[in-house]
Write a protein that binds this ligand. Structure first.
Ligand SMILES: [Fe+2]
Ligand SMILES: [Fe+2]
Length: 282
């Protein structure tokens, strides 16, 4: 099966099992002329009726303190499953959006796509272990809503790897602790496994931003230049900010310091900036 056809099926099929299907072992990387025509590039995923993306007000997620309560815990795990599903759809989307990007970059997207499918299955299994099903609650399109200005691989890695997945280095620490505190060690184990994969994904973005940037630019300058509105650097951290995993994956100290300042300036990972005057919303 061709990579482009597989990627398109993940974005455009309403069927969850198709979105989570394991890819062919020997994928066909050939491109056809139609693959280079981006006029029909999807701007949103096709979803089954029960999994349709709705506005953020209709898809509220309980705060992590709710983990101890089975009903709230199911809603949290449901939202985490949806985050990972969006990530899988968006890495598939990137394969469609950037057919002419370097081959090695596209191979990286392909590997991460499979990780995101696996993460979706892992959270879905935790949801099912607690008696829930994916589709039980309304879901938001938090990541998909930010793709408007993403027209280059550099834009993509700055949004996906260096902002959303970067923030997940903190979110996963916070949610793993909340799962433990809430009496759900099984979910904490899953979250910790996912954090290790996210480090690899952030490192992918770091490596490729270094490749795409102009030689005279610092990594921070390149990141800020390619980060498309409404995203901002405060979104690249969680409520907490831990420099250690960033150091471990090879981010430079100047970049980490800028992240720290963005975190301190925007407060709690920029949530207050996104919702002026409002409470932080996760
Ligand atoms: Fe993930
Ligand atoms: Fe990821």
């Amino acid at each position: 099966m061709r990579v482009q056809d597989f990627a398109r099926s993940i974005v455009t099929s309403p069927d969850l099992e198709t979105k989570l299907k394991r890819p062919p072992e020997a994928p066909d990387w050939s491109l056809r002329e139609e693959d280079l025509d981006l006029s029909d590039l999807p701007r949103s995923p096709t979803r089954a009726p029960s999994m349709q993306i709705v506005g953020p007000r209709k898809a509220r997620t309980p705060s992590l303190e709710g983990w101890a309560d089975p009903a709230q815990r199911r809603k949290i795990l449901h939202a985490l499953t949806n985050h990972e599903l969006q990530a899988a759809e968006l890495f598939a989307w990137a394969l469609l959006a950037f057919p002419e990007a370097p081959e090695e970059f596209r191979h990286g997207l392909w590997e991460i796509l499979q990780d995101e499918q696996r993460h979706t299955r892992m959270y879905r299994a935790r949801l099912q272990a607690h008696g829930g099903q994916f589709g039980d609650y309304p879901v938001s399109g938090h990541f998909w809503h930010k793709i408007g200005g993403i027209v280059s691989p550099a834009h993509f890695v700055c949004a996906m790897s260096l902002t959303f997945e970067n923030a997940n280095l903190d979110h996963t620490v916070e949610s793993s602790q909340a799962a433990l505190d809430g009496g759900d060690p099984g979910s904490a184990v899953v979250i910790d496994q996912i954090r290790r994969d996210e480090m690899v994904h952030v490192s992918f973005g770091w490596r490729w931003l270094r490749h795409f940037k102009r030689p005279e630019q610092s990594m921070w300058e390149a990141y800020r230049e390619s980060l498309v509105v409404p995203l901002h650097a405060g979104r690249a951290t969680g409520k907490s900010f831990d420099p250690a995993p960033r150091r471990e994956l090879g981010m430079d100290e100047a970049f980490i310091e800028e992240l720290r300042q963005a975190h301190d300036l925007t407060g709690a990972g920029g949530h207050r900036l996104d919702k002026p005057g409002g409470k932080p919303v996760r």
